[in-house]
Design a protein around this ligand. Structure first.
Ligand SMILES: Cc1cc2nc3c(=O)[nH]c(=O)nc-3n(C[C@H](O)[C@H](O)[C@H](O)COP(=O)(O)OP(=O)(O)OC[C@H]3O[C@@H](n4cnc5c(N)ncnc54)[C@H](O)[C@@H]3O)c2cc1C
Length: 374
């Protein structure tokens, strides 16, 4: 067993950390206030290879794997959780399934552009009446000559307003199937833009499919294979969200340590009070544990080993930890933590979503229990 990152992984972490702190962090607060999508930050991330982390080198990717992606998403999320999920969804939920289930023709068409950042990817499974119960989706795929016509609406689509290609899950006569949809297609439009509590620099929108015609070459995997693709993709995506939550927790810890050293009450720094020390000790210890779990899940996915349960466990543990940590970080900052003067209020708002998307905390428990009980 080796707890040491490889030299390459250490370099990736340093590169991601430098990029996150120099490019992503300085605009994070402003983008959050203005609900502004990180267009320029994404472009620069792509230049570093962070838009093609699961894409094989032969298609122009950096091929860092799930663990490499974890490392990068954590560093970026520590600076800005909105940018973290933008990167995680683009890589894990769009390029990822294309790499796993796409034909060579589909890969040739999309992967180089996804890896270079010329194309931004998204993933559309959820609908108004199909959230936790994704299999209840009603978006329809009707056979039309060699291809298909898609009709329906998808809700909560991360990056949907800016995406160029979206993997859309729709119900065909033979069962739920996955389609690669070019957002320039006639009949595709963006509907309601969600006003959110947190991750406000990430866009979350409704997308409308009104008689969108797609060719036979747009079917991802086999017809009727959609749920298998969706759930396999979410196994990886959950590791990405766990990494996002780790980043938020690390940011909470760093901000809290800084404040505890600087702020004085009763003539002493806050950090000299045992009550504050214990909060920091707890946060740091749980972060180490959650990180090990998340990295193990990533390692198993990269190794092609079963990982559905451990991916759900990583997301469960890391996401709930990020919420406890953000709560404590605000508490350690006192009144200042409840203002926009300090970033912990953003961490507090951003952490909340990690327990909801890509399967709620309750759904993670269901996945874990199902695996345990058989
Ligand atoms: C900001 C944001 C971004 C998102 N991005 C995407 C995206 O890019 N693509 C996409 O497809 N989807 C996306 N989603 C959708 C997200 O995955 C769903 O919101 C999530 O799966 C929960 O579904 P729901 O909101 O319909 O809640 P519901 O399914 O209605 O659940 C409501 C509550 O009931 C609980 N519950 C439901 N069923 C059970 C059960 N059987 N046992 C116990 N408790 C249960 C849930 O845990 C939850 O607490 C996003 C959502 C948000 C908010």
């Amino acid at each position: 067993m080796d707890f040491q990152f490889t030299e390459e992984q250490q370099l990736i972490r340093q590169m991601a950390r430098d990029f996150a702190q120099a490019v992503v962090a300085p605009t994070a607060g402003e983008r959050d206030r203005e609900h502004r999508f990180p267009v320029e930050e994404f472009r620069q991330a792509a230049e570093l290879g962070f838009a093609g982390m699961l894409v094989p080198e032969k298609y122009g990717g950096s091929e860092l794997g799930t663990l490499g992606q974890c490392i990068v998403v954590e560093e970026i999320s520590a600076a800005c959780a909105s940018m973290g999920v933008t990167i995680s969804v683009h890589n894990g939920l769009c390029s990822g399934p294309l790499v796993r289930f796409g034909t060579d023709e589909q890969k040739q068409k999309w992967l180089p552009k996804l890896a270079s950042g010329e194309v931004l990817g998204a993933y559309a499974l959820s609908e108004a009446n199909a959230g936790s119960d994704a299999a209840a989706l009603t978006c329809k795929a009707t056979p039309d000559g060699d291809g298909w016509v898609l009709n329906g609406a998808k809700l909560w689509i991360t990056s949907g307003s800016h995406a160029n290609m979206i993997i859309v899950f729709a119900r065909a006569p033979e069962g739920i199937s996955a389609f690669l949809v070019d957002t320039k297609s006639e009949g595709f439009s963006v509907g309601k833009v969600e006003e959110k509590v947190g991750i406000r620099s990430s866009s979350t929108v409704e997308i409308m499919l009104d008689k969108v015609k797609v060719g036979a070459e747009c079917l991802l995997g086999d017809v009727g294979q959609g749920l298998k693709i969706a759930f396999n993709t979410l196994d990886g995506g959950r590791i990405g969200i766990a990494a996002q939550a780790l980043g938020i927790t690390q940011a909470c810890l760093d901000a809290s340590i800084k404040y505890a050293n600087e702020r004085e009450q009763f003539g002493r720094p806050l950090g000299s009070f045992q009550a504050i020390q214990w909060k920091l000790a707890q946060m740091s210890s749980e972060l180490e544990a959650a990180r090990l779990l998340t990295h193990k899940a990533a390692f198993l996915r990269d190794a092609g080993e079963p990982h559905t349960r451990i991916a759900a466990q990583a997301k469960l543990i890391a996401s709930t930890l990020s919420n406890r940590s953000a709560d404590e970080a605000v508490q350690i900052h006192g009144g200042a933590g409840y203002t926009t003067e300090f970033p912990v209020e953003r961490y507090f708002r951003d952490a909340r979503i990690t327990e909801i998307y890509e399967g709620t905390t309750e759904v993670q428990n269901i996945v874990i229990a199902r695996d345990l009980l058989g």
